[in-house]
Ligand binder design. Structure first.
Ligand code: GTP
Ligand code: ZN
Length: 360
């Protein structure tokens, strides 16, 4: 099948404005952070390529004059940079990432699933309807902070409610470190409101449930209709999971955009730091409790309970913090368990092999 990648590749410099200054690699999001990891010899033997799309049969990767498909690899995801070893593509070295989004895969085997790598800004998208849930915003924000991305909350569908301000206020309460943008995703607003995070050579991603307008926002920034969108169900405002692939697209100015499929379930794993960063208000209070190991339940001298009593902290927020910490601890512990089990199993297999070799 021949695909048209013209939509991915940045347009000619003449209609791209600032993008004229970018080298072909920079136009794919190449940054000094990656260049620092390689030697000149490595660069000439194995040129860098970026995974721009993940599909079932492989990974589509682009580089300077390179357009190739690599076999699928569980340790690679969209946005990754690797040094392409054309004789042994499977062994191509993956460069250290500036950021990595992962989650615990849905289902019973608590495998870690890589969602995207090397994203600078994460637009966390929700709408002024039943999708709007503070707990979900906190979950995504903790994930973004843990992944070392800049989170920005985008509240769409402001045109569908008479009082969008209540949604905006609730979104602002998630963290005073996180910017909140509220808009109608279908008009010019995304371009005027979101472009300050969309600089040439940077990579931004849209995260959020199905139907909240991620593809609509991406299309607005891409100034095209290349990503399909679909109306949501009227009864519960749920989307129809229109976006199924994870794929990078280039904006006319040379910023890269990742549209992700709506995630039905987002379980945090290894995200304690992100959760702590997001709930720094609770952390700050907890530091003032009389007991170091205060559980903020019934202890005397508990600064957290005092703040709730005085109305300075919302009891719901404390409850959600507890829940995320517990979930993260559970998922991380079972992941650690699984890793050590796999290690022990590997050791046993190697042991048996050795034994066989000796017997031969
Ligand atoms: N009125 C209104 N409709 C919007 C807005 N943003 C998106 N929509 C509509 O909501 C529906 C879903 O939008 P999409 O952009 O497909 O949502 P998505 O988040 O990409 O959904 P998935 O691809 O399923 O994950 C479409 O019919 C859009 O036109 C908005 O701000 N206002
Ligand atoms: Zn306490």
């Amino acid at each position: 099948m021949i695909r048209d990648y013209s939509d991915f590749l940045p347009r000619r410099a003449s209609d791209a404005g600032t993008h004229a200054d970018l080298s072909p690699l920079q136009a794919l999001g190449w940054q000094p952070f990656f260049a620092q990891q390689i030697s000149i010899e490595e660069l000439s033997a194995t040129p860098p390529v970026r995974v721009v799309e993940v599909h079932r049969n492989g990974l589509h990767a682009l580089g300077d004059g390179i357009d190739t498909t690599l076999p699928p690899r569980a340790d690679l995801t969209v946005g990754d940079w690797l040094m392409l070893d054309s004789s042994r593509p499977r062994s191509s070295r993956v460069l250290e990432r500036t950021s990595l989004i992962k989650r615990r895969a849905p289902g019973t085997d608590r495998q870690e699933q890589l969602i995207a790598a090397n994203i600078d800004t994460a637009f966390i998208v929700t709408s002024c309807n039943q999708d709007f849930k503070v707990a979900r915003l906190e979950r995504y924000a903790a994930l973004a902070l843990e992944a070392r991305m800049t989170p920005v909350i985008v509240v769409t569908k402001t045109d569908l409610v008479t009082n969008p301000q209540s949604y905006i206020d609730a979104a602002r309460a998630v963290s005073d470190m996180i910017d909140v943008v509220a808009l109608d995703a279908r008009g010019d607003a995304p371009r005027t409101e979101l472009t300050r995070w969309c600089k040439p050579g940077k990579t931004v991603a849209f995260l959020g449930s199905s139907g909240v307008g991620k593809s609509t926002l991406a299309n607005a920034l891409l100034e095209s209709q290349s990503i399909a969108t679909q109306t949501i169900r009227e009864d519960d405002a749920k989307g129809r999971h229109t976006t199924t692939r994870r794929e990078l697209h280039a904006m006319p100015n040379g910023c890269l955009i990742l549209d992700t499929p709506g995630m039905r379930e987002l379980q945090l794993t290894d995200a304690a730091e992100g959760i702590n960063d997001l709930f720094s208000d609770v952390q700050r209070l907890a530091a003032r409790c009389r007991f170091k190991d205060c559980q903020h339940e019934t202890e005397p001298g508990c600064a957290v309970l005092k703040a709730i009593d005085e109305g300075a902290l919302d009891a719901g927020r404390l409850g959600r913090w507890r829940k995320l910490m517990a979930e993260d601890a559970f998922n991380s512990a079972s992941l650690a368990e699984r890793r050590s089990r796999d290690k022990a199993f590997g050791k046993m297999v190697r042991g048996i092999k050795k034994l066989k070799d000796v017997r031969r």
